[in-house]
Design a protein around this ligand. Structure first.
Ligand code: NAD
Ligand code: TDX
Length: 329
């Protein structure tokens, strides 16, 4: 793939992606562009042979120059946390919508291959008793400022494919977990709560369902789409884990680690159920997740990672919890 430009490569999924891509092809030239917001961490890429550029995807001259040097662009950069989008949506519009627009203009000008990373949240949610799953044809119906800006970015990519013929693919993936995930997110928040003597915190009743996927299964699918995906197409990514409620996940974590949880204020507008139908990806590209049917194996390894890497997260813990506590969570 020659030179690959990875946006947001110092974040959770992007850093795991760069690690996987270089493991598969140590000769790959990787340029990471990342603003290093609170969610980005240069340490996530420590020891890797890459070129790192600190900068924003909204910086058009910078992005033009970097895209010109790349053969392929993989676009992870985003503001990614729903709760933050409820307190201040502004950076979500800037990065997720305007930043994607800036990137698309550079991709169009230099005629480069783009893969855009998106989420299942663009489809809105399903009722808890609805067994349906989202397909690539499910209409968009986002609920939060985060998911609305991701939906906007997907629409921009599709419009640039149709109107300007850019060489792009999109993937929409369900909730990821694994190493290097920021401790504001559900699973690492609970693990680090228990590791610091706090109770785990469950929003509302905890009946909500997320279709959990290990980050390596997500990134494996992204590499496959880059290699074999049909241009202009969208692929849903999910590991068929749409049967475990937040309450069950928190109970698993408490059981594995020895600890308790408490109910805290619910998220306003909380999406109830996400479930992905990844038949297209499985049939067309023969993708299969390695962590299947239950999250317990991946969860145990993730708990171990946070235990072993306390220096990676400990400095952020007090501030993250103070922010949640201010909102009753
Ligand atoms: P993250 O918040 O951990 O990382 C985002 C990265 O983007 C950070 O390194 C941050 O510094 C960088 N960034 C933010 N604004 C930037 C800007 N203006 N310019 C350059 N870099 C910027 O997020 P994540 O969980 O790794 O998510 C990565 C992508 O995957 C996002 O597009 C997200 O919408 C999508 N996604 C995430 C999940 C999930 O469960 N986490 C699921 C599906 C899709
Ligand atoms: O402390 C918590 N307690 C709790 O019960 C937190 C932080 C969350 N929750 C609940 C809310 C959700 O139902 O857990 C579920 C997961 O929450 P998040 O980790 O915030 O993820 P979610 O809002 O589902 O979005 C995630 O998946 C889709 C990512 O953050 C997005 O970037 C991705 O697009």
């Amino acid at each position: 793939m020659g030179t690959m430009l990875v946006t947001g490569g110092a974040g959770f999924i992007g850093a795991n992606f760069v690690r996987m891509a270089l493991k598969r092809d140590p000769k790959l030239d990787v340029i990471v562009v990342d603003k290093l917001t609170y969610a980005g961490n240069r340490v996530n890429l420590a020891g890797l042979n890459i070129e790192f550029v600190q900068g924003s995807i909204t910086d058009a001259p910078l992005i033009d120059e970097l895209v010109a040097r790349a053969d392929t662009v993989v676009h992870f950069a985003a503001e990614s946390h729903n709760d933050n989008s409820l307190t201040d949506p502004s950076p979500f519009v800037d990065t997720n919508v305007v930043g994607t627009f800036v990137l698309l203009e550079a991709v169009r000008k230099h005629n480069k291959r783009l893969h855009h990373i998106s989420t299942d949240e663009v489809f809105g949610d399903l009722a808890l008793d609805d067994p349906a799953r989202f397909t690539e044809h499910t209409p968009y119906n986002p609920s939060s400022p985060y998911s609305a800006t991701k939906a906007g970015s997907d629409h921009l990519v599709r419009a640039w494919v149709r109107s300007f013929g850019i060489k792009a693919t999109i993937s929409n993936c369900s909730n990821n977990y694994g190493p290097y995930q920021h401790i504001e997110k559900f699973i690492p928040r609970q693990i680090t709560n228990l590791l610091t003597g706090r109770p785990a915190k469950l929003y509302g009743t905890g009946a909500q369902v997320r279709d959990w996927i290990h980050v390596d299964d997500h990134n494996d699918a992204v590499l496959l789409i880059l290699e074999k995906g049909r241009l202009g197409e969208t692929y849903n990514i999910g590991a068929d884990n749409d049967h475990t409620s937040n309450k069950q996940v928190i109970e698993m974590i408490c059981e594995l680690m020895g600890g308790t949880y408490e109910h805290v204020a619910d998220r306003p507008g909380h999406d109830q159920r996400y479930a992905m139908d990844s038949t297209k990806l499985r049939e067309e590209l023969s993708w299969r997740p390695r962590y299947t049917s239950s999250i317990s194996e991946g969860l145990e390894r993730t708990i171990e990672w946070y235990r072993d890497n306390e220096e990676w997260w400990a400095a952020d813990k007090v501030a993250v919890e103070a922010k949640y506590a201010a909102g009753g969570q």
